[in-house]
Ligand binder design. Structure first.
Ligand code: ZN
Ligand code: ZN
Ligand code: ZN
Length: 289
């Protein structure tokens, strides 16, 4: 979906509650996702987001597994002096994912290396990711804003594995969070101040636009106030498609279904339409927003 609705609807989830735990609070224990796809022995999710199974599922830490004892020593900076330390740093900050290397090319495993985690940034171990048609538009550079290679995926759910020094205390390793299409904005224009970053006057930053990398990777780095806490009652596989397809239909329904019982027509019951019917209260509308 190129034209994004307001993200205001989800804004309540964006900024961690000021009544959250104080900074002195102990980090909360990792909370496993309870959705069907995450239960032991299950394969892919029944619908919506696919569970990310392409890589090791038991990677508790942010870095990919190291292969040899020598590499482990190097990562710890013990083996080869400055050179070994640099190699260790490179591995620690290396990220592996499925990338589109050139226009219309199929996804291929690809690695890139990040800098150190910034004060406002969060690393998320991706567990679930929806597939949106926009990922395909971006793959094919249909809108002229793709830059290759890039890692698609912008309906992302995962577990926080790293937090920058200035990230609010309510976001800690183990927090289950989601990321959608918008990764950043100017935060100072009138639109941003209204909570409508999707029409930021300076242009928002798209998660997978212009060479930025999305959720089809093991660990995704994002700015902390553009991610959403996932409520305990919502399974990750159900949450992921809401982060683009869901908000795209939710926002206009929320804004325009002003009266209880108001009918709404959904043209096309596809990826978005079937969510619109659920959000809108089912057959005949019903003002369920
Ligand atoms: Zn799950
Ligand atoms: Zn999308
Ligand atoms: Zn702005």
């Amino acid at each position: 979906m190129l034209a994004q609705p307001s993200s205001r609807a989800l804004a309540a989830h964006r900024r961690p509650s000021p009544s959250g735990p104080a900074s002195a609070a102990a980090p909360s224990a990792p909370r496993p996702c309870r959705c069907r796809a995450c239960r032991p022995g299950s394969g892919l999710g029944r619908a919506g987001a696919l569970r990310v199974t392409a890589f090791r599922e038991d990677t508790a830490a942010a870095q990919p597994p190291l292969k040899t004892e020598e590499q482990r020593r190097m990562a710890q900076g013990q083996g080869q002096g400055q050179e070994g330390f640099a190699e260790g740093q490179r591995q620690r900050l290396s990220r592996r994912g499925w990338a589109v290397r050139e226009r219309k090319a199929p996804l291929a495993v690809w690695s890139h290396t990040l800098g150190e985690l910034g004060p406002q940034e969060v690393d998320i171990r991706v567990t679930h990711n929806g597939l949106c048609h926009t990922d395909l538009h971006m793959r094919d550079d249909d809108w002229g804003v793709s830059k290759f290679p890039f890692i698609p995926g912008h309906e992302v759910v995962g577990e926080v594995v790293g937090v920058g020094s200035a990230v609010p205390a309510s976001l800690r390793p183990g927090s289950r969070v989601g990321v959608g299409w918008i990764a950043n904005s100017c935060r100072s224009c009138l639109a941003c101040l209204r909570g409508e970053e999707n029409v930021c006057e300076k242009g928002y930053t798209g998660l997978i636009v212009g060479g930025n990398h999305g959720g089809f990777q093991e660990v995704l780095r994002v700015t902390s106030d553009f991610l959403y806490s996932i409520p305990d009652a919502l399974g990750s596989e159900d949450a992921a498609p809401l982060l683009c397809a869901g908000i795209t239909v939710y926002a206009p329904l929320k804004r325009h279904m002003a009266r209880p019982g108001m009918a709404v027509a959904v043209l096309g019951v596809g990826g978005l339409g079937h969510l619109a019917l659920q959000v809108g209260g089912g057959e005949g509308g019903g003002g369920g927003v």
